[in-house]
Design a protein around this ligand. Structure first.
Ligand code: MRU
Length: 389
């Protein structure tokens, strides 16, 4: 049975006590959290509402497949691994209500249409579909909950391993620097909020920081939705990692001046030849890093690799979001309420591609749960052979 209280008698809503059997790595105000978990009722799902961070820590309860689809579309939950994990629970909720074939097909279709770029969504749904089609309807709800929980646990393990492998790169940079701090630049939020725990790009940073490496993170604000300023800065701050938020345009300047030792970003989809789709603006950072001779690493679990895609520009669908995310920004008003204000000239049109593709040639290496891999067709093919089936 799922434990509801930790050994210090604190009710567990999202996390697992550091002293209990599942150690949660990341804490807010000393309390361990995961970005998604089953609610105390044992069937609905609780997530952190990421549209309210960093100013409010609000837990959203999702009780239907439709609510899960809306939470993904509206970015209450976001980040490639978390999108996949949440969608898996969306299928479980649908099966609890109606385990028939039409309901299964409809859940997979509804959830699959929510966000196009992060391949973890299609990966998780295909895994759920495979497990459920083979089962009789009376078994489907239980199987779906089990599979969704397994997807979450596997993501935690993968991200933890990414942290260990990637921390080696940071330790190397620290050795080169001697006494000086290692400066790492990251884009968007590829931390525990984007996964179930640990994160991808941030996992090596947490791991190295916890091991005592003297480091500092440059956090790209990540317009238009500010996932860096709002989420990455929040995460790093809550864990005590030294960091500074910068305007997206500042990265090239800092790299030119030797103030960035390495870049680590996450990914929404990696092709079989190593092209990487990630949050819009990643490509510009990779270009600047190449020009300045700064290593540019991409951290992602194997569930982010689309083995059917080769040419990232041709094969990866890029999400187009509302222009309103560009023309308006949301923040904390002077009255303490979340407020949205317009920043673009009234009447101007706005385009909002959500992701871009960094060609494999600009990527110094991939950090996955299996270790460090060159972003090349050969490297990925070796990785595929080593990867668990
Ligand atoms: O639009 P978002 O916020 O879902 O985009 C998130 C990113 O681009 C992340 O870098 C990526 O999903 C990796 S998350 C571990």
């Amino acid at each position: 049975m799922r434990r509801l209280w930790c050994c210090r008698n604190v009710r567990l809503i999202l996390g697992y006590c550091a002293l209990c059997e599942h150690e949660a790595h990341l804490k807010i105000d000393g309390r361990p959290y995961r970005s998604i978990t089953l609610a105390p009722d044992g069937w609905s799902v609780e997530v952190i509402d990421q549209t309210r961070l960093p100013f409010r820590l609000v837990i959203a309860r999702l009780a239907t497949c439709e609510a899960v689809a809306a939470a993904i579309s509206q970015m209450v939950v976001r980040g490639a691994p978390l999108i996949g994990a949440t969608a898996a629970y969306g299928v479980a909720l649908a099966m609890r209500k109606d385990p028939g074939d039409p309901a299964l097909a409809s859940a997979l279709e509804t959830l699959g249409a929510t966000r196009p770029t992060a391949v973890n969504l299609a990966w998780a749904l295909s895994r759920m579909g495979e497990a459920l089609r083979a089962a009789s309807p009376d078994q489907r709800a239980a199987i779906a909950y089990g599979e969704a929980a397994a997807i979450c646990e596997e993501d935690v393990a993968a991200c933890q391993a990414i942290g260990v492998h990637g921390a080696g790169l940071i330790a190397q940079a620290a050795q080169v620097k001697g006494d000086g701090r290692v400066n790492i630049l990251t884009h968007c939020n590829a931390g525990w909020l984007a996964c179930v725990d640990h994160g991808t790009a941030l996992a090596p940073i947490y791991h190295a920081h916890d091991a005592g490496v003297h480091l500092h993170v440059w956090v790209d604000e990540t317009r238009p939705r500010n996932q860096g300023a709002a989420l990455t800065a929040f995460e790093l701050g809550a864990h005590g990692v030294p960091h500074t938020v910068i305007a997206d345009n500042a990265g090239g300047h800092l790299m030119q001046r030797g103030e960035v030792d390495l870049c680590i970003v996450g990914a929404d989809r990696i092709t079989a030849r190593g092209d990487v789709a990630n949050k819009i603006g990643t490509y510009l950072k990779a270009l600047a890093a190449r020009e300045a001779g700064v290593p540019f690493h991409v951290a992602a679990p194997l569930s982010t690799i689309d083995w059917s895609a080769q040419d990232g520009l041709r094969d990866i669908p890029i999400e187009e979001r509302s222009g309103r995310e560009v023309t308006h920004v949301t923040g904390l008003g002077p009255d303490g309420a979340l407020t949205t204000v317009q920043v673009a000239a009234p009447g101007s049109g706005a385009a909002n591609p959500g992701f871009d593709v960094t060609p494999a040639g600009l990527v110094s290496g991939l950090i996955t749960e299996c270790g460090l891999t060159p972003a090349t067709a050969e490297g990925l093919s070796r990785l595929r052979q080593r990867a668990p089936a």
